[in-house]
Design a protein around this ligand. Structure first.
Ligand code: DC
Length: 216
């Protein structure tokens, strides 16, 4: 039977985990799910209907309607949708519905790469490899500003940094499934790393974990 490789990637907003997850998925030929998009989809439905972000019954209804095959990254990537997603993500019933869908995705025959905030701790606690990707808040703010400027936009460093710190506080401080490294996660601090260096470091961790597993 071919072996299954599940890679769980967690970390705060802007640490580079999405880019890393996509590159690892390409390299190991695995399907990839950005679980942040599922929370964003719920937030976007609530925003579109004008319902409050703390409206649990409507948020659960929206979560049930999320179709993993129809997550439109382009419309879901707006900054305001990310902020709203962080607010709906504190609702335990919403998390339950989305986690079920994420687990179904993770159960694919050859495995999968999932990235988010609670993948190694809650969604895939048995993943073969867990990475906790982080970077200092200042570095993450600088990267975000560079991204905005590359798209011809303008931004203010202090405002972006304050946004990032607020988001960290909400994601790490919530009662249900807060963002934290799993006990067996490999920590990858990308503050001083290029994307390429982070990818190579992550690959070395995955290859090493697979070699150890295959040796058993
Ligand atoms: O990764 P992202 O910025 O797209 O995520 C948006 C929000 O969704 C994030 O601030 C918290 C929430 N989220 C979560 O609670 N659990 C996940 N597994 C993924 C995202």
């Amino acid at each position: 039977m071919p072996s299954t490789l599940t890679i769980a990637i967690d970390g705060p907003a802007g640490a580079g985990k999405g880019t890393l997850a996509r590159r690892l998925a390409d390299y190991y030929h695995l399907p990839h799910l950005d679980t942040g998009l599922t929370y964003r989809a719920v937030a976007q439905m609530l925003l579109a209907k004008g319902w409050p972000l703390g409206d649990a019954p409507h948020a659960v209804e929206a979560a049930q309607m999320v179709d993993l095959g129809r997550l439109d990254k382009a419309t879901l990537s707006a900054h305001a949708v990310g902020e709203a997603a962080s607010k709906v993500a504190v609702i335990a019933e919403v998390r339950k519905v989305l986690v079920d869908k994420q687990r179904a995705f993770a159960r694919q025959p050859g495995g999968a790469v999932l990235d988010g905030r609670d993948i190694g701790t809650v969604v895939c606690p048995d993943a073969a490899v867990k990475l906790y990707v982080t970077a200092s808040a200042e570095v993450r703010a600088r990267r975000r500003l560079a991204e905005i400027e590359a798209k011809d936009g303008t931004g203010d460093f202090a405002t972006i940094l304050a946004d990032i710190l607020r988001r960290d506080e909400r994601d790490m401080g919530r009662a249900d499934s807060p963002l934290k490294p799993a006990a067996d996660a490999h920590l990858l601090d990308t503050s001083e790393m290029s994307i390429e260096a982070a990818f190579l470091a992550a690959r070395a961790i995955v290859d090493d974990a697979m070699a150890k597993r295959d040796a058993i």
